[in-house]
Ligand binder design. Structure first.
Ligand code: URA
Length: 238
C-alpha cells in the first residue's frame, strides 16, 4: 500500500511533467473516485485508484502489460523511420511512461506484440534462456512440401548463426501456409529460415506467445488490451 500526492500519481502514469500535472489538477481536469479534486497536494492510496483526466477513466497501474494486434506497416522501433511506430496505436501517456515493445516484429509482420514499461518483465520475456515458444503463421510464395517441413524441423543454417536453427513445430495449414513454432527470436528468423529452405515468406503473422493465443484476446488489427494476471501467467513456457 502506498499513498502519493495527486500530481505525483498523474506523473507516474505518464500524464506529463509534475508541473503540468499540477496544472491539470488546479484547472479542474481531474476527478478521483468520482469527485473533482483541485488540490494537487491531496494524497491517495494508489492501489485500485480510479480517476479521470479530461473525462477519460483510468485505473492506477504500477506497471502496464499490454498485448497489441499489430497491423502491417507499423515499426516497432522507438524512432521509426519509414512507417509510424507501434506506440502511436496506444494512448499518448504510455510513451511518456516508457512503454516499449517486448522484442520486435518486422514492419510487415502482423499479430501479437507484447508491450510494457516493466523492465524486468521485458528482460525475462525476451531472454533466450526462457525458451518461450512463439507461434507464427507464414504464407509462402512456393507451395509447402513435405521436404520443406522436414528441412525446417531438422534445422537450416543461417548466415551469421553458428548452429543451424530449427522450428520446434512446423505444420502445413494449406498449400501456401505453414504454422511455425520457434523458441528463439533471431533477426528476421522466420523469413530467413524459409529463404534458406529455398522458399519465400510473403506474409507473416504471430498468433501466439507462450500458451496465450492472440485469438483469446479478441483484438481487431490495431487494437490493444491490458493483460490480466491469468493471461500473463500463460506467457510462460508450458
Ligand atoms: N520472424 C521474422 O522473419 N519476422 C518477424 O517479424 C518475426 C519473426
Amino acid at each position: 500500500m502506498s499513498k502519493l500526492s495527486l500530481d505525483r500519481i498523474l506523473q507516474s502514469q505518464g500524464f506529463g511533467s509534475r508541473r503540468w500535472c499540477q496544472e491539470l489538477v488546479a484547472d479542474g481536469d481531474v476527478t478521483v473516485a468520482g469527485e473533482l479534486v483541485t488540490d494537487y497536494r491531496a494524497s491517495f492510496e494508489t492501489t485500485g485508484l480510479h480517476y479521470t483526466v479530461f473525462g477519460d477513466e483510468w485505473l492506477f497501474r504500477a506497471h502496464v502489460y499490454i498485448a497489441l494486434n499489430k497491423p502491417a506497416d507499423y515499426e516497432c522501433s522507438r524512432k521509426p523511420s519509414h512507417h509510424p511506430g507501434v506506440l502511436s496505436l496506444l494512448p499518448e501517456q504510455f510513451t511518456l511512461r516508457d512503454v516499449q515493445p517486448v522484442g520486435r516484429l518486422d514492419h510487415d509482420t502482423t499479430g501479437m506484440l507484447l508491450m510494457s514499461d516493466d523492465g524486468a518483465f521485458i528482460h525475462a520475456q525476451s531472454s533466450p534462456k526462457r525458451h518461450v515458444p512463439k507461434v507464427y503463421v507464414a504464407t509462402t510464395h512456393d507451395a509447402v512440401t513435405p521436404a520443406l517441413v522436414a528441412q525446417l524441423l531438422k534445422g537450416v543454417k543461417l548466415h551469421d548463426e553458428p548452429a543451424p536453427l530449427s522450428a520446434i513445430v512446423c505444420k502445413p495449414l494449406g498449400e501456401h501456409q505453414l504454422e511455425i513454432v520457434l523458441e528463439q527470436g533471431k533477426y528476421h528468423q522466420v523469413k530467413r529460415m524459409l529463404a534458406a529452405a529455398d522458399n519465400h515468406c510473403s506474409a507473416l503473422c504471430r498468433t501466439q506467445i507462450g500458451q496465450l493465443p492472440l485469438a483469446l484476446l479478441n483484438l481487431a488489427e490495431g487494437e490493444w488490451c491490458y493483460l490480466s494476471e491469468a493471461e500473463l501467467a500463460l506467457l510462460s513456457p508450458a
